[in-house]
Design a protein around this ligand. Structure first.
Ligand code: ADP
Length: 503
């Protein structure tokens, strides 16, 4: 029998309310998939202006006095857009009602009061998690995501009766590190300040709060779960992660198959399916026109979208362009982030007119058109916890060319003799994060693109038929929740007995 569980899903972003990267996509779609499996899942995030604007009708269900805020913190309740998922917004105007990015100022530097902002968010979550808000609604499991909610498991661990906690690491290198003195400035319990607690080489680590204190830890792909236990990927936390390895597992991210669907995508020129793949060429021509590239059907068009940061390996792409562009290849790049990388990309576009088109900025609709119009999609990430664009690419019949790391390794099957023969190949995978390896993989893709079309279409269709929608992964989360609930009820039964005997 299916038992309905109450889950509080805690996140600092959720598409379409607010999104800076993959966490936003996941938080916007996973709760709905968990709800569809028969659970009462509720989402909590800060009341940023964009979230307040788009959330629709909201009522105030509590006005909390919390340490760290001179003003009352209101908890607003509504409905997550387009779903039956309950939405809570933590409204602390001084902290969250700011225009722009949730984490950084216009010049790209962190908001100077991020520790106070997210500590307050975490305290509000603890109030929600312990039944102090909304007529005593009490979740059985509190599911936290990334450093912005990392203090929640730590704070809850200090309470005698508490819900179970799950902490999901979407990217280990964003740790929420602040000076050690922040612990007392924020009035956090000194008991948390230990080497196996929130202390990280004299600094306060929000992320460690999640990893050290949560009952279970997940990350967003099985390969990344193994990688982060090694010094090369562990960001200094590999020792703790090895210690907690029996509580750590990887669950692959799914994708929102309603938002990313070439058959229904409102952003693209012409809809298509595996049966009408000829229309992909219409999208390619439209993208070439939009990006100012020659409308050449024979040129292999490679797309790339992402945050311009070292992780994503755009610098490696820049280094191999000189060897790539003597070949009939075009590239369409969309990204924003590091200003130096932005400048280098723009200047490269000037050097290779007609072959490299660069759009600096964040543009959700153009991202869809690049997925639909490109022949291939390049992801040379140095590390990639899961990666979503390769999943979108597969669904859009755009062949991924990826570095064998993290979720990229788990989701793309390299083309070789065997995988070509048994129709399991979905893309091109390279082993090292070097310009040479990226170039070789692109040229391998080009050779295949130029060979018999029937082979290329087989590769495309195999990818389009892979199912990365949420159903399977959401069921794995539900299994984790269920195990947590069982464990919690067993652990709390003796406590309750002791309490009743004492009473
Ligand atoms: P990460 O979370 O590390 O940024 P993911 O691949 O998991 O990487 O998710 C990135 C998400 O953000 C994708 O949906 C991608 O399309 C989107 N994205 C990143 N940069 C841009 C941009 N400049 N314009 C539009 N969408 C972007």
């Amino acid at each position: 029998m299916m038992i309905r569980m109450e889950i509080l899903f805690c996140t600092s972003e959720a598409y379409p309310l607010v999104k800076t990267g993959g966490l936003g996509d996941v938080s916007g779609s996973l709760p709905q998939a968990i709800s569809a499996l028969g659970n009462d899942v509720r989402l909590v995030l800060p009341a940023y202006p964009a979230a307040l604007e788009q959330a629709g009708g909201l009522e105030t269900v509590a006005s909390l006095t919390l340490e760290g805020s001179a003003e009352a913190v209101n908890i607003l309740k509504g409905q997550f857009p387009g779903s039956d998922v309950v939405l809570y917004l933590v409204d602390a105007p001084v902290m969250f009602r700011r225009a722009g990015n949730p984490y950084v100022q216009d010049d790209g530097s962190d908001w100077p009061d991020n520790a106070a902002r997210f500590a307050l968010f975490n305290r509000a979550i603890v109030a929600l998690a312990t039944g102090q808000v909304d007529a005593g609604w009490r979740p059985q499991v509190v599911h936290c995501n990334d450093w912005q909610t990392g203090l929640v498991p730590a704070l809850l661990s200090q309470l005698p009766a508490r819900p179970a906690t799950l902490f999901t690491v979407h990217n280990l290198s964003y740790q929420g590190l602040f000076p050690g003195s922040t612990l007392s400035t924020l009035g956090l319990p000194s008991a948390l300040w230990t080497m196996d607690g929130v202390e990280f080489h004299g600094q306060l680590s929000f992320l460690k709060g999640g990893i050290a204190f949560a009952d279970r830890i997940t990350t967003v792909s099985p390969t990344y779960a193994r990688e982060i236990c090694t010094p090369a990927f562990g960001c200094g936390l590999e020792g703790l992660l090895q210690y907690r390895a029996d509580r750590l597992s990887g669950i692959l991210n799914g994708m929102d198959c309603n938002v990313w669907d070439p058959q229904n995508d409102p952003h693209i020129e012409k809809h298509y399916t595996v049966h009408t793949l000829q229309y992909k060429a219409v999208n390619k021509a439209a993208l070439q026109r939009e990006m100012g590239l020659p409308q050449d059907a024979q040129a292999m068009l490679i797309g790339h979208i992402g945050r311009l940061v070292e992780q994503k390996g755009v610098d490696l792409i820049l280094e191999m362009l000189g060897d790539l562009f003597p070949h009939p290849v075009q590239m369409a790049v969309l990204g924003s982030g590091d200003e130096k990388l932005e400048r280098r990309l723009v200047s490269a576009a000037g050097r290779y007119p007609g072959q490299l088109a660069v759009q600096i900025g964040y543009d959700e609709a153009l991202a869809h058109r690049i997925e639909a119009g490109s022949d291939c999609f390049l992801m040379p990430s140095r590390y990639e916890p899961c990666g979503l664009n390769q999943l979108y690419s597969l669904r859009y019949g755009t062949v991924p060319i990826v570095h064998r790391t993290g979720g990229l390794a788990d989701t793309v099957t390299d083309l070789n003799d065997k995988s070509a023969r048994d129709y399991t190949a979905t893309g091109f995978v390279f082993e090292t994060d070097t310009p040479e390896a990226i170039l070789n993989a692109c040229l391998r893709a080009l050779a295949y693109f130029q060979s018999a079309r029937v082979n290329w279409w087989k590769l495309v269709i195999t990818g389009m038929k892979r199912d990365f929608c949420w159903t399977a992964s959401a069921a794995q989360y539900v299994d984790v929740y269920r195990a947590l609930c069982q464990h919690q009820s067993q652990a709390q039964a003796p406590q309750a007995l002791r309490a009743s005997q004492a009473g």
